[in-house]
Design a protein around this ligand. Structure first.
Ligand SMILES: O=C(O)CCC(=O)C(=O)O
Length: 304
C-alpha cells in the first residue's frame, strides 16, 4: 500500500473532525511479529536484581495512589525501563506472578535504543509520509516511546486524559501514534475516545516535576466540564492497526479483566522549537546524549 492511499484527504478531514483516526493494517504481519518478539525478549531479559520495583500509577498528587515520579521514572527518557502493574504485588510486597506478566509498560527510548522499534518509528518512509500529509507539525520530534502490555486480569485502567497534559508544550502540540500489536476488544482494554473533544475541551493542567521532588499537576486554567461516560466511543482494532491521537482529544482505556494480553506500541511527537516551547518543568527531559529525535532528519532513507 502506498502511503498516498493510506492518508487520503478524507482521512485527514476525519482526523481533524474527531481528533483520532484508525489506519487499518498499517503494520505488516512481519512488523507486528517482530515487535511482539522483541517486546517478549526485553521482558524476559530485564533484571529484577537491582530494580526499584516502581509501579505505574496515574493518580493525582493528593491521591493515595499518586502518579509515578521516582528517579527510575524521571530518568527513563533515554533508557528502556520497566514499570510494574499495581496488582502484580502480593501482601508481602513481592511479585505474585512471573515478571513477564507483571509489567504494565516499558519505555521511554525504545525508538532510539532498540533496532526493531527504531525501524518502525524513525526509519519508516510510510510513517514519514503520513506525518507530512497530516501536516500537524512543521518540524516533528519523537520524544518518547513505550510498549503498554495490559496484562491479563490485572492490566491497569488508563483514566481519561489528553496527551498534551503529560507532554506539554507551548502551544500544545502532542500527537500520538499508537499501534495495536494484538487484537483490542471491549474485554481486553481497547481505547475509548470522545470524538471532537480536542476542539471543545482545553488543556486545563500540565504534569510537571515538583520543586520538592517527584511529579504532580500544575493548574493552567479553571476546570472544565469533563465528558460523561456515554460520550466515549470504543475503538476496537486488529493487530497492525495504527491509531493517530490528537494531543487534546479525551481518551482512556479500561482495566483488562480478560485472560488475553493487549500489547500496544506507542510513541509521541511534538513540535520543535522555535515553533513550540518545551520547558524544564516537564517530567521528560532531553539529555545531551539523547536529544529528542527529529523525524525528518533521522538517518534512515534517501527519500526523507
Ligand atoms: O494503551 C492504553 O491503554 C492507553 C494509551 C494512551 O492513553 C496514550 O497513549 O495516550
Amino acid at each position: 500500500m502506498s502511503s498516498y492511499e493510506i492518508l487520503t484527504p478524507g482521512r485527514v478531514e476525519q482526523f481533524k473532525r474527531d481528533g483520532y483516526l484508525v489506519i487499518p493494517k498499517f503494520l505488516s504481519d512481519e512488523q507486528v511479529n517482530g515487535l511482539l518478539k522483541r517486546s517478549k525478549e526485553l521482558l524476559q531479559e530485564f533484571d529484577l536484581e537491582d530494580h526499584p520495583m516502581t509501579r505505574f500509577t496515574t493518580g493525582e498528587e493528593n491521591d493515595e495512589k499518586k502518579h509515578v515520579g521516582d528517579d527510575y521514572f524521571l530518568t527513563s527518557g533515554d533508557k528502556i525501563r520497566f514499570f510494574f502493574e499495581v496488582d502484580a504485588f502480593g501482601p508481602d510486597g513481592k511479585l505474585n506472578r512471573p515478571k513477564g506478566l507483571s509489567v504494565n509498560k516499558m519505555g521511554h527510548a525504545l525508538h532510539e535504543l532498540d533496532p526493531a522499534f527504531r525501524a518502525v518509528t524513525l526509519q519508516n518512509d510510510q510513517l514519514k509520509k503520513i506525518a507530512r500529509d497530516l501536516n500537524f507539525h512543521k518540524d516533528p520530534a519523537v520524544l518518547q516511546s513505550m510498549v503498554i502490555f495490559k496484562q491479563p486480569s490485572i492490566g491497569g485502567e488508563v483514566s481519561e486524559h489528553n496527551d498534551s497534559t503529560f507532554l506539554y508544550s507551548d502551544p500544545p502540540s502532542a500527537l500520538g501514534f499508537w499501534f495495536a500489536l494484538e487484537k483490542c476488544t471491549a474485554e481486553n482494554g481497547a481505547l475509548g475516545f470522545v470524538p471532537g473533544s480536542h476542539l471543545t475541551i482545553p488543556i486545563t493542567k500540565r504534569f510537571v516535576r515538583l520543586p520538592k521532588g517527584g511529579t504532580g499537576f500544575e493548574q493552567l486554567r479553571d476546570l472544565y466540564q469533563l465528558p460523561s461516560k456515554g460520550d466515549y466511543k470504543l475503538v476496537t482494532c486488529d493487530a497492525g492497526d495504527l491509531l493517530l491521537i490528537h494531543g487534546s482529544v479525551m481518551h482512556k482505556s479500561e482495566k483488562n479483566l480478560s485472560l488475553k494480553t493487549r500489547y500496544a506500541y506507542t510513541f509521541h511527537m511534538i513540535e520543535s522549537a522555535p515553533h513550540a516551547k518545551w520547558d524544564e518543568k516537564n517530567w521528560l527531559q532531553p539529555t545531551s546524549s539523547m536529544p529528542f529525535s527529529k523525524l525528518f532528519s533521522a538517518s534512515s532513507d534517501a527519500s526523507s
